[in-house]
Design a protein around this ligand. Structure first.
Ligand code: MG
Length: 283
């Protein structure tokens, strides 16, 4: 088995986690959550989305949140699903941006009301503009293993989106098990195939714990050489457009497991516990 010495955890709770909460979490409380997360020593936090407030009211305070992140001086990332969003992010001095496209055509249509082809086209414009401004770019591929509408997802479907992201010179690609249906074998094989086809790309594993397999999937991805994982404090978040999908894998569970395996994350478990208690109190 392969056990790396270090793993990078990317905290996605304040965005991926909270965006699915129906009840609006006040800006002050979001800031406090971000402050607590930053104090854990986490390398990066996904904190906001510049999606239109009508689509995602929970993220309507993106400007204020990123201003706070700039004040804290923490490395963070914000979602910019379209050109308008990117313009706002640039104006707000966001250092890292993220876009997402589904590997499943039906999911993409349901989620962003657009075909994969059109999404990729808009992404390539976003990438070009973001590069001009020297931003770090993350590409998320959603539904990389299975889809609530289409069932099993073929590798060729994932590869199509990945290739387009790589052509756009993204800095890292997060491979999402958005509905939490992956198992360790498919995770291992898919990452192995991706590494073979795109050996210089930086990969991130994004797992959901719907079937209780997220930790096992992380270990499987590690065996294929992946050392970066998204996780959400308290397991916050699912996906509002993906029926039945429960939360992201919980940061505190991932970190506890890794530390017990003598794999460094740089995170302080005690501080993580405080952040978790606060996150849970928001719901
Ligand atoms: Mg997620």
């Amino acid at each position: 088995m392969i056990f790396p010495n270090n793993v990078e955890i990317i905290e996605v709770g304040p965005r991926d986690g909270l965006q699915n909460e129906k009840k609006f979490v006040s800006t002050e409380r979001k800031k406090e959550l971000i402050r607590l997360l930053a104090s854990t020593g986490v390398n990066r936090i996904e904190t906001a989305s510049f999606v239109h407030p009508k689509v995602l009211p929970q993220m309507a305070d993106a400007q204020e949140i990123v201003a706070y992140c700039n004040e804290l001086g923490i490395p963070y990332m914000a979602l910019t699903p379209n050109r308008k969003a990117l313009e706002l992010a640039i104006e707000a001095k966001v250092p890292q941006i993220a876009v997402f496209v589904g590997a499943s055509e039906t999911f993409n249509e349901q989620n962003i009301r657009r075909s994969i082809h059109d999404s990729l086209q808009e992404c390539s414009e976003i990438f070009a503009m973001a590069k001009q401004h020297g931003l770090f770019i993350r590409g998320y591929v959603s539904m990389c293993f299975s889809c609530p509408y289409e069932g099993p997802i073929q590798y060729s479907q994932v590869k199509r989106v990945v290739r387009s992201f790589i052509d756009g010179r993204v800095d890292e690609i997060s491979i999402g098990d958005t509905n939490g249906q992956a198992n360790p074998r498919i995770v291992f094989e898919r990452f192995q195939q991706l590494q073979m086809d795109f050996p210089t790309t930086t990969w991130v594993g994004h797992f959901h714990d719907t079937n209780g397999l997220a930790l096992a999937n992380i270990i499987a991805a590690m065996q294929a050489g992946v050392t970066k994982f998204d996780a959400s404090i308290g397991g916050l978040g699912g996906c509002p457009f993906s029926p039945g999908a429960t939360g992201n894998v919980a940061t505190e569970s991932v970190v506890k497991m890794l530390h017990e395996m003598n794999i460094e994350t740089g995170l302080d478990l005690q501080k993580l516990q405080q952040a978790k208690d606060y996150a849970v109190s928001l719901l």
